[in-house]
Write a protein that binds this ligand. Structure first.
Ligand SMILES: *Cc1c(COP(=O)(O)O)cnc(C)c1O
Length: 385
């Protein structure tokens, strides 16, 4: 063992691959459930896009969470993992007909609708099946989040959701339709949010919108505030479990729920990020003109976040106890952006050493691609190796 890693076992597996610490995943889920016990009206849906590995999904389903899906494929993955359909919500700006039909056939909890044209199509498809689809409207609250621009979703300029000004018109349109039933409002302001003030701003906005609707005698059954709680990428060992208490308490304090309203959350990253590491092997140490490159066999095809969002991941050489040296850690892909970190300290590294890229459980395996005809990375859990 070095740190959390069973090195002897990890050595046996063909790199690169994801390794999931299931003890940490279970502890994280336990921490969520402990907070939920204090808030009867709270319901958490796991955002499947963060990690759709069936072994991970099964544990999350066993912990009692629902599923938040953004595609038909994710609905299929969630159903296959045993999530009950009445705990599945379906979001996304561009739902295709087969995806909507899949949701209808399974009577999912709700479609989070992002436009009038989508509403019309859901109504039409539901009518053909003689069903009534439960719909929530995704409202763009024009609330910023202190996070990377590429993962901000709640600003007026973003493609997501229905503008606040149009909210009542769309609710009226929905109410006039025979095959949809308006059940809630949905929001999601972004991802990797650590400032509780951002969630407070969302709560304040929702409070205003609820008053506005009540003034027009419109009742909302449930509020869905999306996800977005961040994790500590700098300190995966010191802060392995996000501060769920602070997160849920913020909503309990600031959001004015009405009697019998339920409050839904869609947490992805916060559930799975810290339990996963991308394990890879050092191929070569290359001495550049002014620096050393640690070239590993994992690349941006396995974990794209650094290339896509300039995301930071802590990187460790888990095979070496040598004194620290400074490296650029890079992958083998034919793209200059295939860099995991520049000028970081690693224990003196050599060909064959195992390199762990930490906090990679969310948006890692699920975003992997086969660019350069590479194999998709496999995921292994601590339960099975
Ligand atoms: C991605 C997404 C989430 C999950 O976001 P996290 O930052 O991983 O918690 C929740 N809801 C919607 C609609 C999303 O698109």
């Amino acid at each position: 063992m070095k740190g959390i890693f069973p090195i002897d076992k990890l050595e046996q597996i063909q790199t690169p691959y994801y390794y999931y610490d299931m003890e940490l995943l279970r502890a994280t889920l336990h921490s969520i459930n402990k907070e939920l016990q204090k808030h009867d009206e709270f319901v958490v849906h796991y955002a499947v896009k963060a990690n759709a590995n069936p072994k991970i999904l099964r544990i999350i389903r066993e912990a009692g969470l629902g599923a938040d899906c953004v595609s038909g494929g994710e609905i299929e993955a969630a159903l296959k993992a045993g999530f009950p359909a009445n705990k599945i919500v379906f979001a996304g700006v561009g739902k295709s007909d087969w995806e909507i039909n899949l949701g209808l056939d399974n009577d999912i909890f709700s479609f989070n609708v992002e436009s009038i044209p989508e509403l019309e199509v859901i109504n039409e498809l539901a009518e053909k099946k003689g069903k009534v689809a439960r719909i929530a409207l995704r409202i763009n609250p024009n609330v910023g989040a202190h996070t990377h621009a590429n993962i901000t979703t709640g600003l007026a300029e973003n493609k997501f959701g229905i503008a606040m000004n149009d909210m009542e018109t769309v609710i009226e349109r929905a109410s006039a339709m025979q095959n949809v039933r308006f059940v809630g409002l949905h929001f999601h302001i972004g991802s990797q949010i650590l400032d509780m003030g951002d969630f407070e701003a969302l709560c304040n906005r929702i409070n205003e919108l609820q008053i506005q609707l009540e003034n027009h005698h419109i009742r909302v059954e449930n509020i869905n505030v999306g996800g977005g709680l961040g994790v500590d990428y700098q300190h995966p060992n010191r802060v392995p479990i996000p501060d769920f208490k602070a997160y849920f308490d913020t909503y309990a304090r600031k959001l004015k729920l009405r009697p019998n309203q339920t409050l839904h959350f869609e947490l992805g990253r916060a559930v799975v990020a810290q339990c996963g590491s991308l394990i890879s092997r050092t191929l070569y140490i290359k001495e550049g003109a002014s620096k050393k490159f640690c070239i590993i066999d994992a690349g941006m095809t396995d974990l794209i976040r650094p290339a896509l969002y300039q995301a930071y991941h802590k990187i460790e050489n888990i095979s070496s106890e040598e004194s620290m040296e400074t490296y650029d850690v890079v992958g083998p892909i034919c793209e200059s952006s295939d860099v995991f970190a520049k000028q970081i300290d690693l224990n003196g590294s050599h060909r064959g050493d195992l390199i762990a890229i930490r906090s990679a459980g969310a948006y890692g395996e699920s975003m992997a691609s086969q660019y350069n005809c590479r194999r998709l990375p496999q995921g292994y859990t601590s339960d099975e190796i």
